[in-house]
Unconditional design. Structure first.
Length: 736
C-alpha cells in the first residue's frame, strides 16, 4: 500500500482510503473498471472493506456486458461512487447527459488517479480552502473516469481536512471529443450504504419561518428536497443529515452533507429493493440543460461531508469549524463584528438625513457601533414599485450627498452601512428603460413579478459589470464599511437574450456564477468591507454565500420565540458567527407577539448582535436594558464567536429552547434558555448542560453556586423563577 498522510491506496486492489481523525471513507475500482463505494463511517484500520460487496442474481437487475455469465454482477445492486444513467443502475443517478443525436447513456470506467498536497479549488465557484496545507494536513485525491464511446471524462475530486473530520466532494465534466453533449443532471456527492436503517433530517420552511428541523425514517420511497427557485430558498436548505434511528445529540452515527452553492439544488434519500440506502446531493436537474462543447468543462459545486459516531451535535460542530475557518474569508472571518442598528423597522422607506442622524445619535448613547441605512436611499424609491437598478443616491429625498450623510454619521461616532439589492431591477427604473433585455423574462410574455420587481440576467457578464460600476460609484465616494446584500424574490422567467446562448438550460447555473463574480469583485476591491448576505432574511442561507459574506441575515422574522426555532434549525449546519440576529420592537412586526426585552436580547446574542427598531419609541427602562445588553454581548462575544455550540433542548418538542457556548478549552460556558410554555403549578424544569469537562466543578459567576459538570449533564440547571411569559435565563459557568 502506497500511503501518504491521510489518503492511502492499496495498489494491487485499487482501493482508495481517506482517513480523518475519527472517520474513514473508502472506495474501490473493481475488475471491470467501475468505481464502487465501500465505506464511510467510524475510523477503521488500513484494510479493505470489499468483503461487504455481495454478488447475487437479482431478477430484472441487468448485467454489464463484460460480466458475461456472471449474472450476480449488476450495477443495479452494487454500491456506486458516481452512479450514472444508462449502465444498468435503475436507482437515481448523479450524472446524466444527452448527445447531439438525442441519445443518452453513460459507461464511465476508471482511467487514472493522483494525490496532491493541499485543497483543490473550483473555477468561479466557492469551495472549502486551506490556507496552510501542512498545518491542516489537507490533501486532494483526483480520480478520472472516462467513457471512451462518448468521449467524455469526469474527474472526481476529494479533499480531506483530517483534524476537522471533513471530506469534500466535487466533479468536473470534460468533453474530450469533437461533438457537444448536454449535461442533464449533475450532482456532487453520493453515499451508498449497503445496510442499515436510517433517519433523514431536513430543514424546511417558508419566508419568515426558515429551517424548521424535521426528522423522518428512511423508507422504500424517495424523499426529495430541493429548490426550483433559482436560489437555495426559504423552503428547503441545502443541508442534510442522515443518522441511525437511535442517534441523539451526543450518541449514535450521523452523516452530514452541506452544498456549497446558492442556486437550485436537489437532495435525495431512498432505500432500494435490497434495503440499501442511497443519499445524494447536488444541482437541481429539472431546469438544467448545460451544453459542453469540445474541449470545455463543467464543474459541479462542492459538497462538504462529515461523519460522527458521537451524535448529531458533533456533525454540527464539525460543520461550524469548517465553515468559520475554511469557507468564510477576509478581515471579518476572525474579527468581532460591530453591534449595529438597521433603519428598516425604524423608518421603512421614509428615510432622510434628519431621520438617519436622529437614529445615529440615539444609537450612540446606547453603545451601538454602526448604523445601516436600509432600502429607500436610491433612485426613485419611495415604495417597492420602482427604483431598483438605479444605484445612485436620491439626494433630493435624503437631503444631502451620500458622502455628507456618511460623514455626519461618522461624526456621531458610528460606522456606516448601506443596503443594496444588486441582482434586481424595477420596470420603473432608468436601467430597465435603457436595457429591458437585461432582465430575465420568457420571450414574448409578460413577466411574473415578485415584490413588483424583475431579476437581472447575471448569466451575462456585461450586466454584472454594469451593476458593479454603479456600486463602486457609491462605495468609492463615501466611507461605507458594511453592505447588506438582499435578494427579494425567486427566479421564475428563465430566458436570456444573450447572443450565442445555445441552451436556455444553462442560465440558472451561469446566473449563480455571475452573482459569485460580483461578490468576488467587491471583496477584491474593498477588502475592509463587511458584507452581510440576505434574501428576504434566510432565503439564501448557504455555505456558498458564506464564502463571500461571513454573515447572513437569518430571517426577516425578528420575533424572539420564532427565532429560537429558526436559529435551532440553522445551528445544525452553520456557526453562530454567521447568523445575523437582532433585537426588535414589541409587539413584533411579523407576529404581534410581546416578549421581554431580556428574552429578545438573549436570543439575538446567539448570533451577530444588533437592533432593528425605532429607538425614539422605547422607554427609558428599555434604553437602559439595551446599554446592559451591549455590555453583556461585548463580554461574551468571543465565547459566542469561537466557542463550541451545543443544542441542549429541542424547542419543537420541549418546554424550553436551550443552548450553550463552551470555550474550546472548556474553561467557561454560557448557557441560555427561553421558556416557551407557562402553566399553572408548573412541573420541575431543568436545563441539561453538555460540553463541560467531566470530573470538574463549575461556578455560576452570578450566584457563586458550584456545580459538578457530570451532574449538570445528567440533571441540569434548575429553573426556579418562572412567572411570566417567554422568560429567558442565562448562566455564565467558570471552571474552578
Amino acid at each position: 500500500m502506497n500511503k501518504t498522510d491521510t489518503i492511502g491506496i492499496f495498489e494491487r486492489d485499487k482501493v482508495f482510503t481517506i482517513q480523518t481523525k475519527r472517520s474513514t471513507y473508502q472506495m474501490k475500482v473493481d475488475s471491470y473498471g467501475f468505481l464502487l463505494h465501500l465505506y464511510y463511517g467510524k475510523k477503521i484500520a488500513d484494510s479493505s472493506v470489499d468483503y461487504a460487496l455481495l454478488y447475487v442474481d437479482r431478477g430484472f437487475s441487468p448485467n454489464v456486458y463484460d460480466a458475461e455469465e456472471k449474472r450476480g454482477y449488476s450495477l443495479d445492486t452494487l454500491p456506486l461512487e458516481f452512479p450514472v444513467r444508462g449502465n444498468g443502475d435503475f436507482r437515481s443517478p448523479v450524472f446524466d447527459v444527452r448527445y447531439e443525436d438525442t441519445s443518452w447513456g453513460l459507461d464511465l470506467r476508471y482511467k487514472s488517479h493522483r494525490i496532491t498536497s493541499g485543497k483543490y479549488s473550483l473555477s468561479g465557484l466557492p469551495a472549502v480552502y486551506s490556507e496552510n496545507a501542512e498545518a491542516d494536513k489537507a490533501q486532494t485525491l483526483e480520480i478520472v473516469l472516462e467513457d471512451d464511446v462518448a468521449q467524455l471524462q469526469v474527474t472526481l475530486l476529494y479533499a480531506v481536512l483530517p483534524e476537522l473530520d471533513i471530506i469534500t466532494r466535487s466533479a468536473v465534466v470534460k468533453n474530450i471529443g469533437s461533438r457537444t453533449f448536454t449535461v442533464k443532471k449533475l450532482q456532487s456527492a453520493c453515499l451508498d450504504f449497503v445496510t442499515g436503517d436510517y433517519d433523514f433530517i431536513k430543514f424546511y420552511g417558508r419566508h419568515a419561518m426558515e429551517r424548521n428541523m424535521e426528522r423522518t425514517p428512511v423508507g422504500h420511497c424517495a424523499q426529495v428536497i430541493g429548490s426550483r427557485r433559482g436560489t437555495s430558498s426559504h423552503q428547503y436548505n441545502p443541508l442534510m443529515v442522515v443518522c441511525s434511528h437511535d442517534a441523539t445529540e451526543e450518541t449514535g452515527s450521523a452523516w452530514g452533507l452541506s452544498f456549497v452553492y446558492s442556486g437550485g439544488f436537489k437532495g435525495e434519500v431512498e432505500k432500494d429493493q435490497i434495503n440499501a440506502t442511497r443519499v445524494q446531493l447536488g444541482l437541481e436537474d429539472e431546469m438544467l440543460s448545460y451544453p459542453v462543447p469540445a474541449g470545455e468543462c463543467l464543474s459541479a459545486p462542492e459538497v462538504i461531508l462529515t461523519y460522527s459516531s458521537q451524535g448529531i451535535g458533533q456533525v454540527s460542530r464539525n460543520f461550524h469549524k469548517c465553515i468559520q475557518k475554511h469557507i468564510c474569508r477576509g478581515k471579518f472571518r476572525d474579527q468581532i463584528r460591530p453591534v449595529l442598528i438597521n433603519s428598516w423597522e425604524a423608518n421603512y422607506f421614509d428615510i432622510s438625513k434628519d431621520s438617519i442622524l436622529t437614529l445615529a445619535r440615539q444609537a450612540k448613547e446606547l453603545g451601538i457601533e454602526m448604523l445601516v441605512m436600509d432600502d429607500g436611499w436610491f433612485g426613485k424609491r419611495d415604495n417597492d414599485f420602482s427604483g431598483l437598478g438605479d444605484w445612485s443616491t436620491n439626494e433630493n429625498k435624503i437631503g444631502c450627498s451620500m458622502k455628507q450623510l456618511v460623514q455626519d454619521v461618522n461624526d456621531c461616532g458610528l460606522k456606516f452601512g448601506l443596503w443594496f439589492e444588486p441582482e434586481m431591477v424595477s420596470e420603473d427604473s432608468d436601467l430597465y428603460r435603457a436595457h429591458p433585455d437585461w432582465a430575465l423574462n420568457f420571450k414574448g410574455r409578460k413577466p411574473v413579478l415578485g415584490r413588483h420587481q424583475l431579476v437581472l440576467d447575471y448569466s451575462r457578464p456585461e450586466v454584472v459589470d454594469a451593476v458593479f460600476a454603479q456600486m463602486c460609484a457609491v462605495l468609492d465616494n463615501a466611507h461605507i464599511e458594511y453592505v447588506k446584500w438582499d435578494f427579494n424574490r425567486s427566479i421564475n422567467d428563465v430566458y436570456t437574450y444573450a447572443e450565442g446562448c445555445a441552451d436556455q438550460g444553462r442560465v440558472l447555473y451561469d446566473f449563480v456564477k455571475g452573482t459569485y463574480c460580483l461578490a468576488e469583485k467587491l471583496i477584491q476591491r474593498y477588502p475592509e468591507l463587511l458584507i452581510e448576505g440576505c434574501s428576504g432574511g434566510g432565503g439564501r442561507f448557504d455555505a456558498g454565500m458564506l464564502y463571500y459574506t461571513p454573515q447572513i441575515w437569518c430571517s426577516d422574522n425578528t420575533d424572539a420565540v420564532d427565532r429560537t426555532l429558526i436559529q435551532y434549525g440553522t445551528s445544525f449546519g452553520y456557526p453562530s458567527s454567521a447568523v445575523g440576529s437582532h433585537v426588535s420592537i414589541v409587539p413584533n412586526h411579523q407576529t404581534g407577539r410581546v416578549c421581554p426585552m431580556k428574552t429578545r436580547g438573549v436570543v439575538a446574542m446567539a448570533g451577530t448582535f444588533g437592533y432593528e427598531l425605532n429607538l425614539g419609541k422605547i422607554t427609558e427602562q428599555e434604553k437602559e436594558e439595551i446599554r446592559n445588553q451591549v455590555k453583556d454581548y461585548k463580554k461574551y462575544v468571543a465565547l459566542i464567536h469561537d466557542g463550541d455550540y451545543y443544542r441542549l433542548t429541542n424547542p419543537f418538542e420541549e418546554e424550553t429552547a436551550s443552548w450553550a457556548f463552551v470555550s474550546p478549552d472548556k474553561g467557561e460556558a454560557l448557557v441560555c434558555s427561553v421558556l416557551l410554555e407557562i402553566h399553572g403549578n408548573m412541573t420541575n424544569l431543568y436545563v441539561p448542560v453538555r460540553g463541560l469537562e467531566s470530573g470538574c466543578l463549575y461556578r455560576d459567576e452570578k450566584t457563586g453556586t458550584v456545580y459538578p459538570a457530570d451532574s449538570l449533564e445528567q440533571i441540569g440547571l434548575p429553573v426556579t423563577e418562572r412567572l411570566g411569559q417567554y422568560e429567558a435565563y442565562s448562566w455564565h459557568l467558570i471552571k474552578m
